[in-house]
Design a protein around this ligand. Sequence first.
Ligand SMILES: [Zn+2]
Length: 490
Amino acid sequence: MKPGRMLSPIALAGALFLGLSSCGGGSNSSGGGGGPTPTPTPPPAAGADIAITNVRVLPMDGSGASDGMTVRIKDGLILEVATTASTPADATTVIDGSGKVLMPGLIDAHVHVYDDYEMPLFPANGVTTVRNMWGTPQLLTLRQRIRSGSLLGPEIVTSGPIIDGNPQFWATSDVATSPAEGRALVQAHKAAGYDFIKVYFGLDANTFAAIADEAGQQGLRYAGHAPRAFGVEEVYGSEIWSVEHLDGYLSAIVNPASGYVPGSSSIEDLFAILRDIRDGLRPASDLYSPSERARLAQVSLAADTAHVPTLSFWQQRYLTRAEVTAQKARPEMRFIHPSVRAEWAAAADAFFARYTDEQLELFDLQHDEDYRILADLFAAGVEIPTGTDARNPYVLFGFSMHEELEHYVTAGLSEMDALRWATSGAARLLGLEARIGRVVSGLEADLILLDADPSVDIANSTRIAAVFVDGRRYSRAQLDAALENVANGF
Ligand SMILES: [Zn+2]
């Protein structure tokens, strides 16, 4: 199946009704864009002894911002975080952090990566760790090159290939139609070196249960889509690691009084209701029940199920013609491989063939409910790490992390809370909280130095002066050079 394949109209309708998404959009197991590989950017020397003085620190450890701090970095670790007045700056390299802000590197907990060129786009945007949701043997090799320092890129936590039922949604997924097949695939993914198991919505209940059990026995977690065989509350109770895209949530909170029945009403019925909401003839609560929404958040909390909402994905899912034109004109698009750009344009064209611009705009009203869901999950205290679903159409590697932060703030979270779910909160999801996600002595020096404070205005998260990857410092000029290297490599 070609990368960038869009959902068929029927599957698309299912996606809308069920709250499912393609997720793997663009996923294939043979690599992404192809074409020439950009020259790896040689890393600055590791092991440098660096002191950043007089800097404002956002530690993301539950405390607030601290001014006038010195952060000492050595051998890839944060050696010390102390007030500048109390620490002699005897490091080899002293960076004046006056007017600057230091925070942990960002974590994108839902991406699809395949190619070399994609890697520098993450640290160039301050993203130092990603969780990849469809692993390939090629990616395991690529990860080794990043770890060895021969390629600039993020730390990668990756699932194996998607495990789906029959019929599978993507042609290149692994398929399990019995508990024995499910267990065998989990064992194979473990042996291959993948970190966790990705489940998909076509799995039958028995096979899903066997995969869950075998994953537990193998010491792996499993994450992904809610199998259709389960109700959403059963999925939350299944010890799934995280549910992606708020899968199943929308259909679970439909207000019965709306007359809309997920799975059986026509899409025209949905449009008719959305039109009424748009025109102020009925409130959004006529379609989605606020009390059910809040109740489901409590169910999530009780089940300890994390949600990675991927609002960037939903935002870009149903673009109008004018919005696609604007996306194509973004200067960052030149860092996306031309073949991927072509896939995205074709995907958009497929939507245009199916929907009018008015209908595409109506989908935005449905997307509005995702913000309310996120707000309720946050209020309930549910884990909501940030993830973008990058490589889906117009969800750009690295760049989209800053859009996801904006979405969290739009949903009503404070800037600091949004940043927390993009750093220490996401690190906890990944089980890496003892290594990354906070500016605390002893942790790895995956850090961003900013020219302005994102805890005051989330838009400042893009104002990156330097990024530290395992203690290696990349200046803005070096990051820009790495980006240009990508564009020139196509
Ligand atoms: Zn995905």
